[in-house]
Design a protein around this ligand. Structure first.
Ligand code: ZN
Length: 266
């Protein structure tokens, strides 16, 4: 398969999820000529607004959508496919409709590789966990010749590989005291980051050449990182590699650690 025919679809919950976890990988595959798409379930309207950024509760959805489009541009990927849900409400929306939206998108774009959250939702964020569930179900149903939900004239599509974006066990080490667990505050409560051990990580993608693109995408999300992001945000660049876990494969499993999401595809 020619590289231009390769298609990757990342499916996340909020503007910024695409940049922090796997922005370097998205930028790398786009730069190599693959079609790289992003589906984002919400416009992030429940997010906090960093000091020094011109946004308010009245326009936060518009501002964060603009930030997301800025990030896609910085990463060199296609403009986002917005699913149109409200931040913080993904567990209470009509689950069948949400899955159907993803089934249709997968059949339209025909990605070989799909990326989404692991079941842990990074730190147990309910929206992240919902998107994980929707995506894993949609990948299965998109290949179903019974054609849920498009009874008329649908073309099933089989995704070759489904990956989870994950945090390695050293995530947060550089910004967190030794006796503290790295955590994200939700409703005033620290939700610990869920990390994966080295031996659980199936795939490392070298993003050193794309660290600048990733950093540019992170900086687009000014409501989240502030107008002048500090060293803590640099943590997301890490050691120049991004980890993934291969969760489903129709093209076999590598014996060694992979360095390419498209390994063994065509
Ligand atoms: Zn998120």
């Amino acid at each position: 398969m020619r590289v231009q025919e390769r298609c990757l679809l990342a499916i996340f919950a909020h503007p910024d999820d695409e940049s922090f976890g796997c922005g370097g990988t998205l930028a790398r595959y786009a730069a190599e000529g693959c079609q790289v798409h992003l589906a984002t379930a919400t416009r992030g309207e429940a997010g906090e607004i960093a000091a020094g950024v011109h946004a308010s509760s009245a326009n936060i959805a518009e501002v964060r959508e603009t930030e997301l489009r800025c990030a896609c541009s910085a990463l060199g990927i296609q403009p986002p496919h917005l699913l149109g849900y409200i931040d913080g409400q993904l567990t209470i929306v009509h689950q069948g409709q949400a899955v159907a939206k993803l089934v249709r998108l997968i059949r339209e774009l025909k990605p070989h590789v799909v990326l989404t959250f692991a079941p842990d939702g990074v730190y147990g964020h309910y929206d992240h966990i919902a998107v994980h569930r929707w995506t894993t179900i949609a990948v299965k149903l998109a290949a179903d010749p019974a054609c849920f939900p498009d009874a008329d004239g649908c073309q099933p599509h089989q995704v070759s590989k489904l990956y989870y974006t994950v945090l390695p066990e050293e995530a947060g080490d550089r910004t967190t005291a030794a006796d503290e667990d790295a955590a994200v505050m939700m409703d005033g409560v620290p939700f610990p980051l869920v990390t994966w051990k080295r031996e659980q990580i199936t795939t490392w993608i070298d993003i050193k050449a794309y660290a600048a693109a990733k950093w540019a995408a992170i900086r687009c999300h000014a409501t989240q990182v502030g107008p002048q992001p500090d060293d803590a945000a640099q943590e997301f660049i890490g050691d120049g590699r991004e980890p993934f876990v291969l969760a489903q494969s129709r093209v076999g499993w590598a014996e060694a650690v992979e360095d390419d999401l498209f390994a063994r595809i065509g």
